[in-house]
Design a protein around this ligand. Structure first.
Ligand code: SAM
Length: 294
């Protein structure tokens, strides 16, 4: 069996052997703690049936664990300097494919179709922190068939994903994530589990995708536009947030009408509204927009 990369000595040895230089712009912090890797694999509940998409394999540390647990792994890495390293560190795993690409430019729906017959895939990654939210939102919004996403993210982002209305971490990301999935915080991970050490604490979060969204709305795009507008200016009332949004074109009178129809106070704030309440708001605003056209 291949010697595992998940320890500081082996990681440094591989990096030095290949003369690899860390690129800050790619958010490169490689895992060196085997306990953390075991926790990621356990949280992701990977079986030999699963096709796993890994985003950013680095030198292949997590990929080795995934290859042993899953049927097939495709790992997408942007940094071409890592490709020869991955060829070496993953040479003994026949169920791994490495693609040298920016994951945001890859057609993931087509990949899931080709590799898993369109059945839900699992996504597992120690994500580059500079694009955590775009990657997760892309997976959800482009409707890639995904049963779960288990990822290392900044601790603060993990807290935002699972926050409830009225708490300081609650915001547009909480609502977006909870519309699509059920978050579960699997582990807190300190900076010393990585080379180089990130400046912030990290956490492993698993997002199990809902089969059906927990709320039904007439227009998903309008729901998200309203959520964005409500949190664009924190501490403002919902009324002002919606009125000031360039994405929406609602007048004060129209918003007052919506609030009255919902029985909400005009001073209500977005940060205390639940997903169910945003869904009701969205359908009520939808009626106004439709009436305009009619
Ligand atoms: N999985 C490895 C580990 O746990 O040790 C490395 C994780 S490191 C935090 C993030 C990885 O994502 C790096 O290898 C980086 O080069 C890669 N990466 C950054 N941006 C990317 C992108 N847009 N598409 C694909 N990979 C990317």
């Amino acid at each position: 069996m291949t010697e595992k990369l998940a320890n500081p000595q082996k990681t440094i040895e591989v990096i030095q052997k290949h003369g690899f230089g860390f690129q800050k712009k790619f958010g490169q912090n490689f895992l060196i703690d085997p306990h953390v890797l075991d926790k990621i694999i356990a949280a992701a509940e990977i079986t030999k049936e699963d096709f796993v998409l890994e985003i950013g394999p680095g030198i292949g540390t997590l990929t080795q664990y995934l290859a042993e647990a899953a049927r097939k792994v495709t790992a997408v890495e942007i940094d071409r300097n890592l490709i020869p390293i991955l060829e070496e560190t993953l040479s003994e795993y026949e169920n791994v494919t490495v693609i040298n690409q920016d994951v945001l430019k890859l057609d993931l729906v087509a990949l899931a179709q080709e590799e898993n017959g369109g059945k839900p895939i699992k996504v597992v990654a120690n994500l580059p922190y500079y694009i955590t939210t775009p990657i997760i939102m892309e997976l959800f919004e482009s409707h890639v068939p995904v049963s779960s996403i288990t990822v290392m993210v900044q601790k603060e982002v993990a807290l935002r994903m699972q926050a409830h209305p009225g708490t300081k971490d609650y915001g547009a990301l909480s609502l977006a994530v909870q519309y699509y999935a059920e978050p579960y915080l699997a582990a807190n991970v300190p900076p010393n589990c990585f080379i180089p050490r990130p400046k912030v604490g990290s956490a492993v979060i698993r997002l199990k995708t809902h089969k059906e969204p927990p709320v039904q709305v007439q227009d998903e795009r309008l729901l998200f536009a309203l959520i964005r507008a409500s949190f664009a200016q924190r501490r403002k009332t919902l009324l002002n947030g919606l009125k000031n949004s360039s994405e929406l074109t609602l007048t004060r009178e129209e918003i007052m009408k919506v609030l009255a129809a919902l029985g909400w106070d005009e001073n209500v704030r977005g940060e205390v509204q639940s997903l169910e309440q945003f869904a009701a708001l969205s359908d009520e605003v939808g009626k106004i927009l439709q009436a305009r056209q009619g």
